[in-house]
Write a protein that binds this ligand. Structure first.
Ligand SMILES: Cc1ncc(COP(=O)(O)O)c(C=O)c1O
Length: 409
């Protein structure tokens, strides 16, 4: 196995974090707070369990890989309402597919794109820092993951004009996360239209990962489907990935959908019929109910706003704090993210993710920490207070944790 693609792939960020913290002990006497993983702890909407229970009779059926007509209808309807598209602009039969969580769908999509592109040295573009699945998907599909810096200097989105022509010519797919994990940056309509134009000009697939799109602060981010249909008149080369994990506090439901270019959807359905996990019918019914309800999403947005208020009160003017336009992460410049994460664990019982773990082999986010504001208000306030107290104390700079530095890199 030596030298296999998998061997060359680094560990998934949370496995790396577990390794970093493994032989370090958090302080006794107060609960550990996990702000590492983006797993919303807001209440689960009751319609989820109620709907699953109502559909108990269908546990004995194999679910169809392309989903039920009513699920596809519900997500097509939601996407049209959300995108300001006329009802019926998306055809439930041709434009949408259910997926058992977008993680697996994003992963499998690279295989689809690389296979279809037929390029000799295929490249898959993605931002860095990134959602690690993009990198693993590209590498395991036999493509070169091409990392486009998304830094404070580029507005936390890749600079589309900086991609070399030679790279564009061999690109099979471009993963773009908007709102971005971890920085919360939002691609505007012009940016999305430009990314689509590049995809069409160079014959690659644009994979828009929009799983944070419903958790916005002041303005709803534009949806890729809206820009594609309203501004460019076509869905060609576009797949949008949407999830209930963040929008509906339902990470355990494993439910999302993919929507876009009918040719890509058709090919993806063919591939997925062989390989992909399929969502059980009672869970698909629950997902349908969640897409048809906005009240719980509004409550979520309100709670995230309150938490960003708490963060702003404590962090404004420190650690490069900025209030992101969307998403639920803080992306803080603490000087040395690995050392800070190690110290926050051992001194404050806080689990947070070093920014460098969201980069490729040559990290550019080593100064950063990612904090997921996924808990209730009190826990969030407690976590922020612990963070400030720990990182603001002079010991932070006087005692660099050399063991952590060596181990974490
Ligand atoms: C940017 C991004 N995309 C996709 C996912 C996967 O979400 P799910 O598989 O729960 O739909 C996550 C989860 O953290 C994410 O942060």
């Amino acid at each position: 196995m030596h030298g296999s693609r998998l061997d060359r792939l680094g560990e998934f960020p949370f496995r790396r974090l577990a390794g970093l913290l493994a032989d370090r002990v958090p302080p006794a006497g107060r609960p550990v707070l996990d702000l590492g993983i983006g797993e919303p702890q807001h209440p689960v909407p009751p319609i989820l369990a109620e709907t699953v229970a109502r559909h108990a009779a269908s546990w004995n059926r194999y679910p169809p890989p392309t989903g039920t007509p009513s699920f596809r209808q519900a997500v097509a309807g939601w996407a049209c309402r959300r995108g300001g598209l006329p009802e019926g602009a998306l055809d439930p039969g041709r434009h949408v597919l259910p997926v058992a969580g977008t993680k697996e769908a994003l992963y499998l999509a690279a295989q689809l794109a690389v296979d279809r592109a037929g390029r000799s040295r295929p490249a898959v573009l993605m931002p860095t820092p990134f959602y690690a699945v993009y990198y693993g998907a590209a590498a395991m599909a036999g493509a070169e993951p091409v990392l486009l810096p998304a830094t404070v200097a580029t507005g936390f989105l890749p600079d589309l004009d900086a991609i070399p022509a030679e790279t564009l010519a061999r690109t099979a797919a471009f993963y773009l996360c908007t709102p971005a994990n971890p920085q919360g940056a939002v691609a505007d309509r012009a940016y999305l239209a430009r990314a689509l134009a590049l995809a069409r000009q160079h014959g690659f697939a644009l994979f828009l990962d929009e799983c944070y799109s419903e958790l916005w602060d002041r303005t709803p981010p534009p949806s890729g489907l809206d820009v594609a249909l309203n501004d460019t008149g076509s869905l060609e080369r576009l797949l949008v990935f949407q999830s209930l994990s963040k929008r509906s506090n339902a990470a355990g439901l494993r439910s999302g959908f993919v929507a876009g270019d009918p040719a890509l959807i058709r090919a993806f359905a063919k591939l997925r019929a062989y390989a992909a996990p399929v969502q059980p019918l009672p869970l698909m019914a629950a997902a349908e109910a969640l897409w048809n309800d906005e009240a719980h999403v509004e409550a979520n947005r309100a709670l995230y706003r309150q938490k960003f208020d708490l963060a702003e009160q404590r962090l404004a003017g420190r650690f490069g704090f900025f209030r992101p336009p969307a998403g639920f992460f803080l992306w803080l410049d603490v000087g040395d993210g690995v050392a800070a994460a190690s110290r926050l664990w051992t001194e404050a019982g806080l689990k947070v993710l070093p920014g460098a773990y969201l980069d490729g082999p040559e990290p550019i986010s080593g100064a950063y920490l990612r904090l997921a504001l996924v808990h209730g208000l009190d826990t969030t306030a407690d976590a922020l207070d612990r963070l400030v107290a720990t990182l603001a104390s002079p010991a932070a700079t006087a005692r660099p944790d050399r063991a952590a530095l060596a181990k974490g890199r």
